[in-house]
Design a binder for this molecule. Structure first.
Ligand code: SF4
Length: 517
């Protein structure tokens, strides 16, 4: 068994590791029917953390017994039946809330343990799962939401992502990793998956092999955000599409067997890569995979940050994909049912989720585009959002998250609307809000990043506040945003941002972006 080696090699395992060795996280799936029958009070507190492996976190406050559930959606691609099933779960159990995450997953809230078996049954019937959506395991694989229809992809990655996802899903050889482990696989030349911020990313590349131009991937390792953010580094290898799964298995094996398990905050792959360097990492990888060719030509042309608004021709003549804004990633169940109906009536029923917390309806014939756009549901979920609401990302925040220091989602929506009401600007400004240093809202790559903290004030005591960061990008290799001095009382945040952005508008050149400024 793979984990005996981990035990033998690490005499100083942290408490979480010792607990994980006693019981594999995925085993919680076997216990859930029992707990569902006997109620929340029957779940021992020491088991609470294991629920993450089943995609379940206890909401705030934990004692109330309500769960958040995250469902994996590889590449963000949902067929009509899957979308309707998710809408039904949100309506029947989740008080109507349907959140799209920055990893193309779907989150529900307010679930009770008694409801979980029925939800699992519904998901299973349509080929969806929560396994690995949370916990120290391979998380939902981020992929090109346009795979198979994208005029700007080198190769269709739909099946590659699915094959890798299915290998790791429910695989107890890889369900006890040192910490969370995030992959992306995409052949889109505009870096639609934000390749530099994942533990492992496959990015589009070409190489002449034996005189034949071959399409495939380059491999980046060691990216990640949180309080010690790292940009992933490229290994000097070229991987053919049919080798992606084996290389993903080999890299995950290295993380499982050599990743740090002594201190939780050092347990991500990024620390191992930073300490080893890419040369040593590559050597270890080749020991597992056998020889691989060196790098070829990187064909990435830029970065679209996962924003795909508007009507665009697909690679299939006569068909279009339509990209819609979902304000801060939150829909209600009625809207999801309506979107599913429209997707079925005018497309092939599919809907695709973006890591920018937005969605796409693909496969709409030219002659049906206008009819889609006239549907009432697309008055709020629009293809032409105003500047600030269209480029705002937010994590969950104190409404449901136990780690949050401040409220985020509703606040980000209100602030974006305030900015849109008071300022028109000729370029997008991407604003990312998070409620703690954990970065589920990817604060570090925003043009403006807003990170919640608590602040002591003379007159009001402890208040919610924000640090402001500026200048994040993944263009030209990437750069994380930098902190401005001071903290802002959350009550004043909208005014401070309005002043900052008004100054930007008044002093910039026409068309100049926030990053260039
Ligand atoms: Fe919770 Fe922090 Fe993640 Fe926001 S970034 S959802 S506050 S853990």
């Amino acid at each position: 068994m793979a984990y005996e080696k981990i035990w033998a090699n690490n005499p100083n395992l942290n408490k979480t590791e010792l607990k994980k060795l006693q019981k594999d996280g995925l085993k919680i799936f076997e216990d859930i029917p029992h707990y569902a029958k006997h109620g929340f009070a029957s779940i021992p507190q020491e088991e609470w953390d294991l629920f993450k492996w089943a995609g379940l976190y206890l909401q705030k406050p934990k004692e109330a017994g309500y769960f958040m559930m995250r469902v994996c959606v590889p590449s963000g691609i949902l067929n009509n039946e899957q979308l309707e099933t998710l809408a039904g779960i949100a309506r029947d159990y989740g008080r109507g809330l349907f959140d799209i995450t920055t990893r193309q997953a779907v989150q529900f809230h307010w679930l009770e343990i008694e409801q979980i078996p029925d939800i699992f049954d519904r998901l299973k019937r349509v080929g969806l799962s929560t396994a690995g959506a949370c916990g120290d395991i391979t998380r939902n694989i981020v992929g090109n939401p346009l795979s198979g229809i994208d005029p700007h992809e080198l190769v269709d990655t739909t099946d590659i992502v699915r094959e890798v996802y299915e290998f790791f899903q429910h695989n107890e050889d890889f369900s006890n990793l040192p910490r969370k482990y995030k992959m992306s696989i995409s052949a889109n030349v505009y870096n639609v998956t934000n390749a530099e911020i994942h533990c492992l990313s496959f990015t589009p590349a070409k190489k002449v092999i034996d005189g034949v131009e071959t399409v495939g991937f380059h491999v980046k390792v060691g990216g990640g955000l949180s309080s010690a953010p790292y940009l992933a580094q490229t290994l000097d290898i070229f991987v053919k599409p049919e080798q992606v799964k084996d290389v993903a298995i080999a890299i995950t094996t290295i993380f499982r067997d050599y990743g740090y398990r002594e201190k939780r905050h050092r347990a991500r792959l990024k620390f191992l890569v930073a300490d080893w360097g890419v040369e040593k990492f590559k050597e270890k990888l080749l020991e597992l995979t056998g020889p691989l060719p060196s790098k070829g030509e990187d064909v990435q042309k830029g970065w679209n940050a996962g924003y795909l608004y508007g009507v665009h021709p697909q690679k299939q003549p006569g068909l279009n994909y339509i990209g819609f804004n979902v304000p801060v990633g939150r829909l209600n169940a009625d809207e999801v049912f309506e979107i599913a109906r429209v997707a079925k009536q005018y497309g092939n029923g599919e809907v695709r989720l973006c890591n920018s917390q937005n969605l796409i309806i693909p496969n709409v014939r030219d002659e049906h585009v206008d009819a889609v756009l006239q549907e009432k549901v697309f008055e709020r979920i629009t293809i032409r959002p105003k500047t600030f609401i269209g480029y705002s990302v937010s994590c969950t925040g104190t409404q449901f998250c136990n780690l949050a220091l401040v409220e985020t989602k509703e606040r980000m929506r209100r602030i974006a609307e305030y900015l849109d009401d008071h300022l028109e600007i000729d370029v997008p400004v991407r604003i990312h809000m998070v409620g703690c240093p954990n970065s589920c809202g990817q604060r570090q790559i925003g043009d403006i990043g807003l990170q919640g903290i608590k602040m002591k004030t003379k007159d009001k005591g402890m208040v919610e506040a924000f640090e402001i960061y500026v200048g994040g990008t993944l263009r030209n290799g990437g750069k994380f945003n930098e902190k401005l001095k001071g903290k802002i009382d959350a009550e004043q945040l909208h005014e401070v941002l309005l002043n900052l952005l008004t100054y930007f508008k008044e002093t910039k050149q026409p068309g100049e972006t926030f990053l260039e400024y």
